[in-house]
Design a protein around this ligand. Structure first.
Ligand code: SF4
Ligand code: FES
Length: 246
């Protein structure tokens, strides 16, 4: 029975002149341990300088995403047992600037979330005395897209995001769609102008890897294809109805 397993971890310290390198660590091989347990073991017992993000340890906060043996995964949901006998290579999510070790800079993602206004927009000023009612059917229209935990695994799996600086990427588009489909929201037209522009839906070439890696079955690739249909319809409507009615 295997007693130990080797982790090869990407290390990078911006203050260090030597540049990035992989460092090997031996950790106990326990059936009930996920990668995050092994990283915490290293941090607590072997090397306190190792930096990584995590919070909930239960697939909810979305902060523990890393590349494990080349695949973007939630490290709190990836068991050592499935990766035995090792070694297991752990790297930061691809296509994001690295701040230190396994910690990435997510500013681009956060800025794009703001750009598409990923919140409910009301045409009229909010009347706080009025309830915004919604039926279970109306909820089920967008519920799938609302399951996103902002883990950014889909970005790390998307070759277009890697190649095209400016592309908003899978989760931002899925979240824009989540609000478009919400019966309480009036922001569809506003978001469509952004999505139809440079960096929006038309950059997606439908590789589909974003949906394959998503731990919450959000299906961002499907959301983008739906959005493209709506984008094409909006474009044609503008051409056919030049006075602007849609
Ligand atoms: S769409 Fe899925 S993979 Fe992408 S950020 Fe949301 S939960 Fe993560
Ligand atoms: S630690 Fe929160 S999703 Fe993994």
């Amino acid at each position: 029975m295997q007693q130990q397993i080797t982790l090869e971890i990407f290390r990078y310290n911006p203050d260090d002149k030597e540049g990035p390198a992989y460092k090997k660590y031996e950790v106990p091989f326990r059936k009930d341990w996920v990668i995050l347990d092994a990283l915490n073991h290293i941090k607590d017992r072997i090397d306190g300088t190792l930096s990584f993000r995590w919070s909930c340890r239960m697939g909810i906060c979305g902060s523990c995403g890393m590349k494990v043996n080349g695949n973007p995964v939630l490290t709190c949901a990836s068991f050592l047992e499935k990766l035995a006998p090792g070694p297991i290579r752990i790297e930061p999510l691809e296509y994001f600037p690295v701040i230190r070790d396994l910690v990435i800079n997510m500013d681009d993602f956060m800025d794009n979330l703001k750009k598409v206004r990923s919140w409910i927009i009301h045409e009229k000023d909010d009347n706080l005395d009025e309830e915004y009612l919604q039926t279970p059917d109306q909820l089920s229209d967008y519920k799938q897209y609302s399951m996103c935990i902002n883990c950014m695994l889909c970005y790390s799996a998307c070759p277009v995001y890697g190649l095209e600086p400016g592309f908003m990427g899978p989760a931002v588009i899925a979240l824009a769609q989540r609000y478009n489909m919400d019966s309480r929201d009036d922001g569809n037209k506003l978001r469509m102008d952004i999505m139809n522009a440079e960096g929006g839906i038309w950059h997606c070439t439908f590789v589909g890897d974003c949906s394959a890696v998503c731990p919450k079955n959000v299906d961002p690739a499907g959301a983008i294809q739906r959005y493209k249909l709506e984008g094409a319809r909006a474009w044609w409507t503008r051409w056919l109805l030049p006075w602007g009615k849609e």
